[in-house]
Design a protein around this ligand. Structure first.
Ligand code: MLT
Ligand code: MN
Ligand code: ZN
Length: 304
């Protein structure tokens, strides 16, 4: 019977928790072992159909620590890795720079859309991934493919924007292009989704998610203006391509309107109050959402 394991390698958004230069309440708590708030690494999900071979979705700057912390990702021979492929869902720093850590002459396959392959290709530093060993596979939107045998997925566009370092005259803010994608997993009769960045919930996306068994979703900010109020920046969540959890047009309302088995927030920014006990976390949990954390594992098995 088909069964797939989803392992959260990093539940935090870019910067992690704590972020190196941040003294916000959450970051201070994460530095204090007595607080009960454990540090969290940057955005990544590992998925396996057999517990032996893994696909990593988004290669975060913390990937080396994430591998060491999860024994299922350790080498089993003198040169080896259970990580057989990497899929990236956008070109943000927190999702691609871990590729540079995977450069040590190890074969794997890298899957990305044309726009994301172009972004990587334009940056010569990624040439450290030896093309003789790292097979680059450009995948079209809504085309089923197997990043490893036994796992069928497809990528689909979600409202997003170009990466921060490519922001020029055209941010493509809110556009559904192959710069920002979600991942759909089909496991027999069951469906799971991984959507770590999403600017809004168009009807087409809501229809897609309806009836899903498992959804890992963008939990970057609780309130749209949270980073401004915390004094850590000038941007709203939406300006960064992330719909807030709370409020009009937030993910709490949008996903609560759908029938979904398990809803797990990931890509959670260090300013987000859901990291700690309090009214915001209570609100999210009361509506049946889970707050993702490093090491969280969910198994989804086909009914037949
Ligand atoms: C984001 O998710 O908005 C980005 O990771 C921000 C960044 O690149 O720092
Ligand atoms: Mn990010
Ligand atoms: Zn902080």
């Amino acid at each position: 019977m088909a069964q797939v394991r989803f392992l959260v390698l990093g539940a935090a958004a870019g910067g992690g928790l704590p972020q190196w230069n941040c003294g916000c309440a959450n970051c201070c708590a994460a530095r204090d072992p007595a607080s009960g708030l454990k540090p969290q690494t940057q955005s990544s999900l590992a998925v396996s159909p057999d517990g032996e071979r893994w696909v990593v979705f988004n290669a975060s700057p913390d990937i080396r620590a994430q591998i060491e912390r999860n024994a299922c990702l350790h080498p089993r021979a003198i040169r080896d890795s259970p990580i057989r492929s990497v899929v990236v869902t956008n070109g943000d720093i927190d999702h691609i720079t871990g590729l540079l850590t995977l450069r040590e002459k190890q074969p794997f396959a890298l899957f990305a859309t044309a726009a994301l392959m172009e972004t990587l290709g334009q940056n010569p530093v990624f040439q450290v991934l030896d093309p003789a060993l790292v097979r680059q596979r450009t995948v079209g939107l809504d085309m089923p493919f197997s990043p490893l045998d036994g796992l069928e997925i497809r990528l689909f566009a979600v409202p997003g924007k170009v990466p921060l370092y490519l922001e020029g005259s055209d941010l493509k803010l809110g556009q559904e292009t192959d710069d920002t994608v979600g991942v759909e997993f089909r496991i027999g009769d069951r469906r799971a989704y991984y959507i770590p960045g999403c600017g809004s919930m168009p009807a087409t996306l809501a229809q897609r998610l309806e009836g899903a068994d498992l959804v890992f979703f963008d939990g970057t900010v609780f309130e749209d203006d949270e980073m401004i109020l915390a004094g850590v920046g000038q941007k709203t969540g939406r300006r960064m391509g992330h719909m807030p959890i709370n409020g009009d047009g937030g993910s709490l309302a949008a996903l609560s309107a759908l029938s979904i088995g398990r809803k797990v927030y990931v890509h959670i920014n260090n300013t987000n109050p859901i990291w700690r006990a309090g009214p915001e976390r209570d609100q999210v949990e009361a509506q049946g959402f889970e707050v993702g954390h490093d090491g969280m594992e969910v198994t989804l098995a086909a009914h037949s």
